[in-house]
Design a protein around this ligand. Structure first.
Ligand code: SMG
Ligand code: MG
Length: 376
């Protein structure tokens, strides 16, 4: 398989409502998409890096730069056997997992489309639809939070995740628990606490949460283990888990009972599957996280979430939870689930007119060896 050219496209997708976390507020997504042209055909990838380096050190301008200057030249020069070999070719470049994940996704998509196989079948999916939760950002007031949660429950979401931070934790959780009874409920702190907050966080124990996600900073794996010993609520890691090696270590240290898997954060769908396998071998359930993806990333995530050890509903919400108009056919919630795409590759492609209407910039990067420039 030969990589001939990569189209890097920046799109702007406004969110239907601002999404606030302990890192700040987002009201639109600035997404880097890529379309690869290979000897096996065309494929699509999506980079989940945010506009600013707040969730992680990666951000979208840096992802585009590292792709252009470091990742694509290595891939153009390589003898690619397929999507499987992308990570190996890119291994000499440290970090930049979101950028690597995006290009691996596009190459895999091209390869699988060429072979007529779906992401779901190749990853090892065992279900045709996945249970979906929704992640609820920090709101201005508790009445407003209750309205938002009520609306999402009305749509059929099977689990609610509340973003928390110091000053917005016990009371919002209590209010949602009191109002909505035994709904599946969990919280995500996005690293906003320290181990000194352990006694305060233990006040969440009375609400029977499914889990508390990433309470402490990314590097503090041992501190998560210490915290886990002081909480009844299971600790789930997100930001800390950047690889199969990292998850094996975190589990060995007792730092997590549950793991959030995001393909972008860990360098791609293939590493995501390895993390799934490591967790399964240790009896640690996983669920699929989200990075406010367009329909392209959502298609891959829903396929991943259909693997056997994805035992909790994911942050794989329907397109209309994010965008007025998605760039692909929208993912629609049916009975609290999304259907797993079964067509070749990701099983979805951008709708050309919609894609054009949200595009800010497109650039075609050609392999120096391409016999003739490909016209697009
Ligand atoms: O895709 O529905 C979604 C968002 C889910 O809360 C969500 N993601 O830490 O898990 C997380 C956050 C990170 C995204 S903030 C840009
Ligand atoms: Mg999280």
């Amino acid at each position: 398989m030969r990589l001939d050219a990569v189209e890097l496209r920046r799109i702007r997708l406004p969110l239907v409502a601002p999404f606030r976390t302990s890192h700040g507020v987002e009201d639109e997504r600035d997404i880097l998409l890529m379309r690869v042209e290979t000897s096996a055909g065309e494929g699509w990838g999506e980079c989940v890096a945010g506009s600013d380096p707040l969730y992680s050190s990666e951000y979208v301008d840096a992802a585009e730069a590292v792709l252009r200057d470091h990742l694509l030249p290595r891939l153009f020069a390589a003898e690619l056997l397929g999507g499987q070999s992308v990570a190996e070719v890119l291994a000499p470049v440290a970090g930049h997992r979101m950028a690597k994940a995006a290009i691996e996704m596009a190459v895999l998509d091209a390869e699988l489309r060429g072979r007529g196989q779906s992401f779901a079948s190749v990853l090892g999916a065992v279900r045709g639809a996945v249970d979906c939760g929704v992640s609820v950002g920090i709101q201005d007031s508790i009445p407003q939070l209750l309205d938002v949660v009520e609306r999402f429950l009305g749509h059929g979401y099977r689990r609610i995740k509340l973003k928390i931070e110091p000053g917005w934790d016990v009371e919002p959780v209590r209010a949602v628990r009191e109002r909505f009874g035994d709904v599946l409920l969990q919280v995500d702190a996005n690293t906003a606490y320290t181990l000194a907050d352990a006694r305060h966080l233990a006040r969440l124990d009375e609400f029977d949460l499914l889990l508390i996600e990433q309470p402490l900073p990314e590097e503090q794996v041992l501190a998560h283990a210490a915290l886990a010993r002081q909480l009844r609520t299971p600790v789930c890691l997100d930001e800390s888990i950047v690889s199969a090696q990292a998850v094996a270590d975190a589990i060995a240290q007792g730092a997590c009972a549950i793991v959030n898997i995001k393909p972008g954060r860990v360098g791609g769908y293939l590493e995501a599957r390895r993390i799934h396998d490591v967790c399964a071998a240790h009896g640690v359930p996983v669920w699929c996280g989200g990075m406010l993806e367009s329909g392209l990333g959502r298609a891959g995530n829903v396929a991943l979430a259909a693997l056997p050890n994805f035992l909790l509903p994911g942050d794989t919400s329907a397109s209309d939870r994010y965008f007025k108009e998605d760039i692909t056919e929208p993912f629609v919630l049916r009975d609290g689930r999304l259907e797993v795409p079964s067509g070749p590759g990701l099983g979805v492609t951008p709708i050309p007119q919609v894609l054009e209407s949200v595009t800010r910039r497109v650039d075609l990067v050609r392999s120096p060896d391409a016999a003739r420039p490909v016209l697009v």
